[in-house]
Design a protein around this ligand. Sequence first.
Ligand code: FDP
Length: 338
Amino acid sequence: MTNKLVTLDDFTINQTRQFPKATGQLSSILRDISLACKIINKQVNKAGLVDIIGQFGATNIQGEEQMKLDVYADEALINVLKRSEHCAGIASEENDDFVAFEDEFSINSKYVVLFDPLDGSSNIDVNAPIGTIFSIYKRVSELGQPVTAEDFLQDGTKLMAAGYVIYGSSTMLVYATRLGVNGFTLEPSIGEFCLSHPDMQMKEDGNIYSLNQGNTIKFEEATCQFLQYCMEEHKEEKRPYSHRYIGSMVADLHRTLIKGGIFLYPADKKNKNGKLRLQYECNPMSFIVEAAGGMSSTGTQRVLEVQPTELHQRVPIYIGSKNMVKKAVSFIEQTQQA
Ligand code: FDP
């Protein structure tokens, strides 16, 4: 082990020291989430070995069939956070409603956690990267009482922290607060997330666009125009851009964060709100990307400013390098003015 090794714990303790009034509760929740993700990681690594992949049979609130690993990941996070002294309740993309923890410690806790336990689950059986997405809000309900729906329906500007874990060629935890975005790679021999990508910054420009292009026939005019713009030749602007789409939001956005580019899951003629969930996917990812200097929009509004009205609400999303997102949004503005 070298002197330069900074674990996730070392890092968050140092960050907490910068705020004399900080109680360390947020760092403690992050430690709990990282523990749950290490448990999930072990199981993800074993997916090809044991009979754990495949449909679980149950359907979640979105009408999607759950796979065993989703359920495992969901339970791992719930169990760890339930035992945590600092989490007052959770909401998970896999469950219909939030869960209030009502023991004597939890009802006095300040924070609630929302998560998508295993995003991109259709990639599990092809060994492509998948991820866990999480976000942490300070509760608005009274301390000493069980949490309420309002605690989970806060808009993204109220986020205290957000992050994701990508289970890929290596396992990495990317964590954002208002102080910035930092990436930690899991060192399997010591079982610790170690700082590997300090102060991650999103490039202002990019040359990769990422969307499910197979949906083109359903796209609205503005999306088709933006797609055409990405594909047409313009030597000075280095177009045509490259197209990359894994179909796992965490993996596609991880690449976008590191290499620059735009990821979009737009509205289409049938789905006016796109596919991705505001509270479990779009808000945490928008918080991370904005903290790294990028931009995120529904096409008409900053994602973080959308007032959630229900836990499983969906929104269209255009997210990534500032100038690429601005360009995509400009096509929407033009069609609205016409
Ligand atoms: P998945 O259905 O595999 O869980 O919201 C879930 C998600 O994956 C995202 O991770 C991904 O970006 C998107 O859906 C992929 O949707 P399409 O298959 O429609 O492209």
